[in-house]
Design a protein around this ligand. Structure first.
Ligand SMILES: *Cc1c(COP(=O)(O)O)cnc(C)c1O
Length: 388
């Protein structure tokens, strides 16, 4: 931990998230390192097979990020210059950078302030003759309404690239995210519910798409003999290493337990934050969904009656030994996107969330006591900073 530890706090610093890698996995990684084959090979194939089994046998390819997965999906769908892709301004910037990367135009619509996910009614209204795809994001692991999403996609003949970077282990009406739908993209960054250090996976529809994805993953190479290869598409360098895949293979069997534990801790947060004594804080709480979401993050919306900006709350929480996060500053107000024409006020719900959402600590190795401590300190910090 690089976090500064104030002297008056005796409890250890509590980060907002922390990966959890067991000893068996660490030993397995050492074995791979000694094996003589450390880049893409048998571990990657085993990891892909395990993911595919989780997703009802759909084709799955592993990649070295949950960003290139979406870029490759857009390329497979043939989306490029002149095309529009609808998405949310409240996400990690990767979600829309990939649209620019293939030369298409992102079209943002506002979020639903309750779910904090893309407002699907607005998404439907934003469709033009140039719209080719939609990239919804399951923010904090709360799934976007798949029924409405695919109704809109079918009505307007849109491809869907589900940015499920945060929602592995979540489900829609009992069906695991990844097991249904069009393209589904996962990330295994260390902050995500399971990790490969860096990495991602793309779920595809058929073998033709999987073949193409494999080409885009590695320089477009297609081998046709021990000394023969051809290249028909300009692929990238997006392959996962066997070392990383071995980490993922150690993580996957624990996904159910991780999801269960996250739901339990989130329920504890909601119980404590919803208690009558804390009603005066004016916090906006996430939907109480313990069936479908995987609780990738627990985010509260800070009250408008606060006299200080979020950064001051984060600083004071840090001084109390508690890490917090800001997920995410809205995309459309970054310099790159302002340059494309967006401005403050375009998406009021997303902008409020981008300014005032605070991510509280939530990871499987936390205790119920940690949750109580976070709530106690948060209540103290907010009360100390209310407008007079
Ligand atoms: C993490 C994340 C990504 C990108 O994943 P990387 O593996 O870091 O490239 C994309 N979208 C969302 C919503 C994410 O949370």
């Amino acid at each position: 931990m690089t976090a500064r530890r104030p002297t008056r706090v005796s409890a250890p610093f509590l980060p907002f998230t922390r990966p959890s890698i067991d000893e068996e996995t660490i030993a397995g990684v050492a074995e791979v390192l000694r094996s003589g084959w450390i880049t893409s090979g048998p571990q990657v194939r085993a990891f892909e097979a395990a993911l595919s089994a989780m997703f009802g046998g759909r084709p799955v390819l592993a990649f070295n990020s949950g960003t290139c997965t979406m870029e490759v999906a857009l390329r497979i769908a043939g989306i490029g210059p002149g095309d529009e892709v609808i998405t949310t301004p409240l996400s990690w910037v990767a979600t829309s950078n990939v649209i620019l990367a293939v030369g298409a135009r992102p079209v943002f619509v506002d979020i639903d302030p309750v779910t904090r996910n893309i407002d699907l009614a607005l998404a439907g209204q934003a469709v033009t003759p140039r719209t080719r795809a939609i990239i919804p994001v399951d923010l904090a692991g709360l799934p976007v309404d798949r029924d409405r999403l695919y109704q809109i996609a079918a009505r307007h003949r849109l491809r869907v690239i589900e940015d499920a970077a945060q929602s592995i282990g979540a489900n829609w009406r009992g069906r695991p995210v990844g097991s249904t739908g069009d393209f589904v993209s996962f990330s295994f960054h260390p902050n995500k519910n399971i990790t490969t250090i860096e990495g991602g996976a793309l779920v595809l529809n058929d073998e033709r798409e999987a073949d193409l994805a494999a080409q885009y993953r590695l320089q477009g190479v297609v081998r046709s003999g021990p000394d023969a290869m051809d290249v028909a598409v300009a692929g990238g360098k997006y392959n996962l290493t066997d070392v990383a895949a071995r980490v993922g293979l150690g993580q996957l069997p624990r996904l159910g337990e991780v999801t269960r534990r996250r739901r339990e801790l989130a329920r504890r947060y909601l119980d404590l934050l919803g208690a009558p004594g804390l009603g005066d804080l004016g916090l906006g709480l996430p939907p109480a969904d313990f069936e479908q979401g995987n609780w990738h993050m627990f985010q509260v919306l800070l009250p408008e009656k606060l006299a200080v900006p979020r950064a001051a709350v984060m600083q004071q929480m840090h001084e109390a030994g508690i890490g917090t996060g800001a997920h995410y500053p809205v995309i459309h107000l970054f310099t790159l996107y302002r340059g494309l024409g967006w401005k403050p006020g375009d998406f009021p719900h997303a902008e409020r969330a981008g300014r005032d959402l605070l991510t509280l600590p939530l990871f499987p190795d936390m205790t119920r006591g940690d949750v109580a401590r976070v709530v106690r300190e948060l209540a103290r910090v907010i009360r100390a900073n209310l407008k007079p």
